[in-house]
Design a binder for this molecule. Structure first.
Ligand code: ZN
Length: 102
């Protein structure tokens, strides 16, 4: 994906948003992001998930069903707090970007 620097924060907030509501997993969140126009390869998405995990915003848990292992991620309290702060920033930016149009 081009413009990864520009959209990187939005993608992280999007991931934290979903992971704060329910467990997410790589392929599922990849489809969800694609639905919103962010087409990420696995090679881009997984390092983002791992860095969110390393920073303590997500915690991974292995879900084994029928002999198949799936790695689920849920937001930690720190991740939810970061999401809350990020939403404030997005709200403020949104106002500034669109206040002339409304
Ligand atoms: Zn979404």
């Amino acid at each position: 994906m081009k413009d990864r620097d520009l959209y990187g924060g939005l993608i992280r907030l999007h991931i934290l948003h979903h992971a704060s509501h329910e467990p997410i997993f790589g392929v599922g969140i990849m489809g969800e992001l694609a639905r919103h126009g962010y087409k990420l390869s696995a090679g881009t998405l997984y390092p983002i998930l791992h860095s969110l995990e390393r920073h303590g915003y997500l915690v991974a848990e292995d879900d084994v069903r029928g002999g198949r292992r799936r790695r689920n991620y849920v937001a930690t309290e720190a991740g939810k707090e970061m999401l809350r702060l990020g939403k404030d920033r997005v709200r403020e930016l949104y106002r500034e970007l669109f206040e002339d149009e409304e």
